[in-house]
Design a protein around this ligand. Structure first.
Ligand code: MG
Ligand code: ZN
Length: 271
């Protein structure tokens, strides 16, 4: 082979190698991650509904009795009250943070979160941890920081909240608008998760969902499939709703009473 021919051949090989390499990279990108672990916040990580806890501790007086379960526009209801905490009750956001830091955890839940964090780069390598909650981002961030587990959580999907620089008020906004029949106007967890997976072009082999309440039912019954596992808190609304609509739910359902039981289940999981 002439030297010129050899150079041409080498160029062809190089082209081929580059083509195959690109193909390989594309295949790598489209491989699904192992598992998405979704955790609810109110009454799953912490014993209280976080807004109830705040209002109770501040001594907020309702003008007229309300049936919380009937409120569809949750942010329309709670956002003005949160501003009142500063204007009428003179409770600063710093004080609100210290109140929120005292919110009691569900038994052994911080230990469970610490176990997950410890195993994040080993057993749960190639998994993601999301909090999907009808509470707000600041309350959840404060809780995670207090328990030194912020690094565990890859994403918080919750109503966005912040402290207004000028007024120093605690501001909370709706996560999104939706018309889901199972959910509140400000958040459908199922839609929130599907939208996020689409935006980030993420795929997971399975979803593990830890929750307790009626607003977890939408995702559990409509979105999760036979490969997924639901961890429903024992004796709470989600467990009851799943029991009474067994045929609709495709995922496997496990019940748990505290963080220790969850940890045991996760230790035995084959991921
Ligand atoms: Mg909950
Ligand atoms: Zn929904």
């Amino acid at each position: 082979m002439l030297i010129e021919e050899l150079i041409v051949q080498i160029r062809l090989w190089k082209k081929q190698i580059f083509k195959n390499h690109s193909k390989f990279c594309l295949t790598m990108l489209s491989i699904a991650k192992k598992a998405l672990i979704v955790i609810d916040y109110d009454k799953t990580m912490v014993e209280y509904d976080s807004d109830d806890w705040m209002l109770e501790k501040v001594g907020y007086k309702f003008e007229k009795p309300v049936d919380i379960d009937q409120i569809v526009d949750w942010i329309g209801y709670i956002a003005p009250i949160e501003v009142e905490l500063t204007t009428k009750y003179k409770v600063s956001v710093e004080k609100q943070r210290s109140i929120m830091e005292e919110i009691p955890s569900v038994e052994y839940f911080p230990d469970f979160l610490k176990y997950l964090l410890q195993e994040k780069e080993m057993k749960f390598k190639n998994c993601e941890f999301w909090i999907v909650s009808g509470s707000n981002t600041l309350y959840i961030e404060w809780y995670l920081e207090r328990n030194k587990v912020s690094k565990l959580i890859d994403k918080i999907i919750a109503n966005p909240s912040y402290v207004d620089e000028k007024t120093k008020f605690f501001i909370q906004k709706p996560y999104h608008e939706n018309s889901c029949k199972y959910c509140t106007k400000n958040m459908c967890k199922q839609k929130a998760m599907k939208d996020m997976l689409a935006i980030e072009k993420k795929q997971f082999e399975k979803i593990l969902y830890i929750g307790d309440g009626k607003f977890d039912f939408c995702t559990c019954s409509q979105m999760l499939t036979g490969k997924d596992i639901i961890f429903a808190r024992k004796g709470f609304k989600l467990e009851k709703m799943l029991q009474s609509s067994k045929d609709n739910c495709k995922a496997t359902v496990n019940v748990w009473a505290n963080g220790k039981e969850l940890q045991k289940s996760f230790e035995n999981l084959l991921i």
